[in-house]
Design a protein around this ligand. Sequence first.
Ligand SMILES: [Zn+2]
Ligand SMILES: [Zn+2]
Length: 263
Amino acid sequence: MNIIVLNSGSNGNAVYVESPVSGAAVLLDCGISCRQIELRLARHDRTPSGIHGIFITHEHADHVRGLPVMTKRNHIPTFLTDATWRRMHRNKPRFRHEFMGNTGTVRVADIEVRAIPKSHDAADPVSFLVTIQDVRFLYATDLGAYGSELTTIFADVDVALIESNYDEDMLTAGPYPPHLKHRIRSAHGHLSNLKAMELIGSHCNGRLRTLILGHLSANNNTPEVVLREFETAFASRSDLPPCVVVASRYDVGELISIQSSLS
Ligand SMILES: [Zn+2]
Ligand SMILES: [Zn+2]
């Protein structure tokens, strides 16, 4: 499985996931402009022509901003839940779409994408589990809280992108008004660095090979703070993944390749 994080953060999210067997790809979220997606894919010698489907986690702008232009220019179907589409449709976006349930599974080419319901302040938000051959990738951001279904899946994946949105002290001391701080901390908000480390520390079981920490806040977090928290929390753990990456809010990441044991 090849993964390119095109952008991750409260300013925009898009992740390209490709099958090395068929060359087919899917896009998870489309929260940066079509132009930026094309430019960032080109940095890795890819084009949108290989994308067979765009999967949307929820209707917030940082996950759908580029969708109308992206689908129109490249004729790619979009998969999303009925409630997410209805919420978006209030703004009259035009794009070719197909519904998937919030526990549904869709297969495009040799890529399987399964939706997992999640707790966030959106119409019907989901995380995604992407499977190609025997390689499993969990994409879970915008989590106010997480339940046993997510932790069970997390314990059985090869690669995961987990939200590490804010540092508690920075949020407390920062400029946001009280109602916004409350919303971010709530069960329908975002996962703090501390809660992300709890999820990882309690449920990582040795299968995980690459951990991507993402969806960082601009005002309440930095990559350095996230990495410091990770290193402090897991200094004595030898079973945690050898590869830890903090996804960028501003630029495309490196190509992450996860080998299948079948190939
Ligand atoms: Zn978001
Ligand atoms: Zn959101």
